[in-house]
Design a binder for this molecule. Structure first.
Ligand SMILES: NC(=O)c1ccc[n+]([C@@H]2O[C@H](COP(=O)([O-])OP(=O)(O)OC[C@H]3O[C@@H](n4cnc5c(N)ncnc54)[C@H](OP(=O)(O)O)[C@@H]3O)[C@@H](O)[C@H]2O)c1
Length: 298
């Protein structure tokens, strides 16, 4: 049921976290559809292995990798600048990379580590690539959220604090931020032929997402995931549908789960909140005036 025969020849697709897990599975399906695929994450050895396997399995030789560490705003800036210099277009940006169980600490950028890896890094990357997404329109942004968003909340006075939230709360907050960001993207770019949707993969088997957890918690959680979770290959297909299916070309501001539209977080329609999230995120990632294209665009 969750398949599309749509081809993506000539399209350029960036997938963060494309070296393992569901990002890798999505990259494989999308490469099979003929797109130029760029996978991005921190570990070069894993990226090379993933790139080689995708090329071998799909026969698509237009698969490349770029190093990206979302926990470093410098790394995000360098990735974005490199992309803007090297690519004539970006048709689909898939903000899939994320992590759980990270240490409760600030990054060198002064942001909460989990918030930066799961949200601020993707915010900055998207913001910097938006002019290219716009010139490549119709284009698509796909953001990975999670069911934990329903217990998250956004408090701009504390969202980057450490020793303030539990690890579950900060994860939930980061996924809620991603969802609210997507709602604001939809509002701002509805007329520019850029769609923005979220996907909730529910629980997924056999990925590395639990690797940062203490071993007992990891082993118990892994058992649970392996019983109730979806195969990562299925989630890869679900992401690929959002990237490729012609019927979704104008569908935006929606939340997807199990390959169908799903009930979104109730706060997505709180425009005051989503707008403030956008403005506060720009401050948090310290956008320079050169980077803030929005100041000239509106
Ligand atoms: N698995 C689940 O049950 C589940 C449920 C809900 C939501 N999700 C979300 O789904 C997404 C993918 O998860 P997954 O299960 O496929 O996990 P995974 O196998 O651990 O894959 C995560 C990917 O993100 C990359 N990554 C991690 N930290 C990064 C950083 N700081 N900068 C750049 N890339 C980074 C990893 O590569 P490197 O480590 O080499 O950088 C890897 O490619 C995540 O956003 C996760 O929160 C997963």
């Amino acid at each position: 049921m969750c398949e599309t025969s749509a081809r993506m020849d000539g399209k350029v697709v960036i997938i963060t976290g494309g070296s393992t897990g569901m990002g890798y599975e999505a990259a494989k399906v999308i490469a099979k559809k003929g797109a130029k695929v760029i996978i991005a994450s921190r570990n070069e050895a894993k990226l090379i292995k993933a790139r080689n396997r995708i090329e071998q399995i799909t026969g698509n030789k237009n698969v490349s990798y770029k190093l990206l560490d979302l926990a470093s705003l410098d790394s995000v800036r360098s990735f974005a600048n490199d992309t803007l210099n090297m690519e004539e277009r970006v048709d689909v940006l898939i903000n899939n990379a994320g992590a759980v169980g990270l240490p409760d600490k600030l990054t060198a950028d002064g942001l909460n580590l989990t918030m930066q890896v799961n949200y601020f890094g993707a915010f900055l990357l998207t913001y910097l690539l938006l002019p290219l997404l716009k010139s490549s329109a119709p284009s698509r942004i796909i953001n990975t959220s999670a069911s934990s968003m329903y217990i998250g909340h956004i408090d701009f006075d504390h969202w980057n604090d450490v020793e303030y939230y539990t690890s579950v709360e900060v994860l939930a907050n980061s996924k809620l931020a991603m969802t609210l960001f997507t709602a604001e993207l939809d509002e701002r770019f509805r007329n520019s032929d850029i769609t923005a949707n979220t996907i909730d993969p529910f629980l997924v088997r056999d990925t590395n997402v639990l690797n940062n957890l203490p071993s007992l918690t990891k082993n118990i959680s892994q058992l649970f995931l392996n019983v109730v979770g979806q195969p990562k290959e299925d989630v890869g297909k679900q992401i690929a549908i959002l990237a490729a299916d012609p019927s979704l070309e104008t569908v935006s501001g929606k939340h997807f789960k199990f390959c169908q539209k799903w009930i979104n977080h109730w706060l997505v329609s709180d425009r005051k909140l989503t707008k403030e999230l956008w403005d506060q995120s720009k401050i948090a990632v310290k956008l320079s005036s050169d980077e803030d294209w929005e100041a000239y665009d509106y």
